[in-house]
Design a protein around this ligand. Structure first.
Ligand code: DC
Length: 224
């Protein structure tokens, strides 16, 4: 039986979507596309230009005009890909706490979502892709052949984020990270346009009870 041509993975922040998507894409020889980096790139440009994140028309205009490029990694520093905004490498800049705090409010805007989703859809419809996000199975690629919704409790996701930050040698506060995860869940799942939710035909995997290898094994089974 052929493998699914388009694979959508959705789920809340830090549920392990990127880890799973990256491994699955590598195993199938597909393109891995983490759509969250696009929302992060728009947020970074907004902050960098001194535009208020509350200024919806200005943020939308930036989303419509900024040239976001995602390319294979040019440096071996743990990155999955290079992320460029108007030719500037912002791969790590989009992971800062400031971007982290502001990305959910930016991704609420309808015009921002429309601008980014149409680019994502164009890439996804070429097929042989594992696309990761919040609304891939519901809005961006509803025709995906396989939809996975990866869930985990806020506490477990905060614990993973905390470990990641500590591993990078940076300081972290678990309670602060947990509060941030909860805030993003709330904004992502209650927004009016394409809120975070599982598609009716998605397979739900709960990574509270499964480690990364077990999640991958289940997803691999689903692909067969
Ligand atoms: O997956 P991530 O943490 O990098 O995503 C960053 C933010 O982008 C997240 O708070 C919600 C938003 N996002 C979205 O609204 N839709 C997507 N398809 C991907 C991300």
């Amino acid at each position: 039986m052929p493998h699914p041509y388009i694979i959508a993975i959705d789920g809340p922040a830090a549920s392990g979507k990127s880890t799973l998507g990256r491994r699955l894409a590598e195993c199938l020889g597909y393109l891995f596309f983490d759509t969250g980096v696009m929302y992060r790139a728009v947020t970074w440009v907004t902050l960098q230009r001194g535009v208020a994140v509350t200024n919806e028309p200005a943020v939308t205009q930036l989303a419509e005009t900024v040239q976001i490029d995602i390319r294979p990694p040019s440096i071996e520093d743990g990155r999955a890909c290079d992320v460029l905004a108007d030719g500037i490498d912002i791969t790590w800049e989009i992971r800062t706490p400031e971007v982290e705090r502001n990305v959910s409010p930016v991704s609420v805007y309808r015009g921002v979502r429309q601008a980014l989703a149409s680019q994502q859809r164009r890439i996804g419809m070429r097929g042989k892709v594992v696309m990761v996000g919040r609304d891939i199975g519901t809005v961006v690629l509803p025709e995906a052949d396989l939809k996975i919704y990866l869930d985990a409790s806020a506490e477990e996701r905060a614990r993973r984020r905390y470990t990641e930050v500590i591993k990078r040698g940076e300081k972290a506060d678990y309670e602060e990270i947990l509060a941030g995860v909860r805030m993003r869940d709330e904004i992502d799942s209650t927004r009016a346009f394409s809120p975070l939710r599982a598609a009716a035909d998605a397979v739900i995997l709960d990574s509270d009870k499964l480690n990364a290898d077990e999640v991958f094994a289940k997803a691999e089974d689903l692909c067969r």
